[in-house]
Design a protein around this ligand. Sequence first.
Ligand code: ZN
Length: 305
Amino acid sequence: MNLRSIVQAVEICGLCLVVAFSCLPAWAQQDFSKVEITTTKVADGIYMLEGAGGNIGVSVGVDGVFLIDDQFAPLTEKIVAAVKAVDEGPIRFVLNTHWHGDHTGGNENLGEAGALIVAHDNVRRQMTVEHFFELWDQKVPVSSEGSLPVVTFLDAVTFHLNGDEIHAFHVAKAHTDGDSMVHFRKSNVLHTGDVFFSGRFPFIDVYTGGSLAGVIAACDVALELADDSTKIIPGHGPLSDRADLLAYRSMLQKVHDTVAPMVRQGKSLEEIQAAEPLAPLVDGWGGGFINAEQFLGLVYQQMAK
Ligand SMILES: [Zn+2]
């Protein structure tokens, strides 16, 4: 290889790096070496891990380790270490709540290490096609073969593990078109995936079938399952309870009831933005990675379709 081709190779690698990073939403473009994984005990044998990206649910016990979501590939080693700190058992299953890279990024590493990756049919389908997030002007390439879920389901699947019934079930067209929530029936714990962004405006992936009405309907399913002592692991945000979910659902309903009539009247996004319909909600809900303007834009785009 002469000097010219070495320079070209380096340039191409640099480009690959830029492309690889541009696949992630802006909030995910960070230095993973600085990320620390924190572990919160949720119930006996159930933990929540926080690092970068979606919250991870962990079930440990005699039957081995069951994971819900796995954040980003560069974090796998740290995630595995955090799991090992609570249980030595092998990671046998990973259930993806939906296809986004901050929930499926560790699939390939964990699959290679022996875990079986499970998800709704549409998670695998969405991972096999290219996407474009207009909101961040970012392309999401097709996922590698090794990161795809090996077992997929249409409605629901139950894992009989660690003394619990871990029931994963699909909720239609909510955050995406392939969301699952995971209910630990005996331990009274619910992982909502990104249907629930606790205490903040959510990202609704209107590019792959998500909708505000669908998120509200999925919240209702979760509220029906939960009681006052249910521990709720949201897709993003701190460990929560039914009251937190109810407050979030009320916020979403307010947004729906304010914006939907304006869209029906044929107002443009610019006209709706000028009326600042989400302004009264910014104080309580505007602190996440989706601000009021972005949230309004997503809601408008989906409603005006
Ligand atoms: Zn998501």
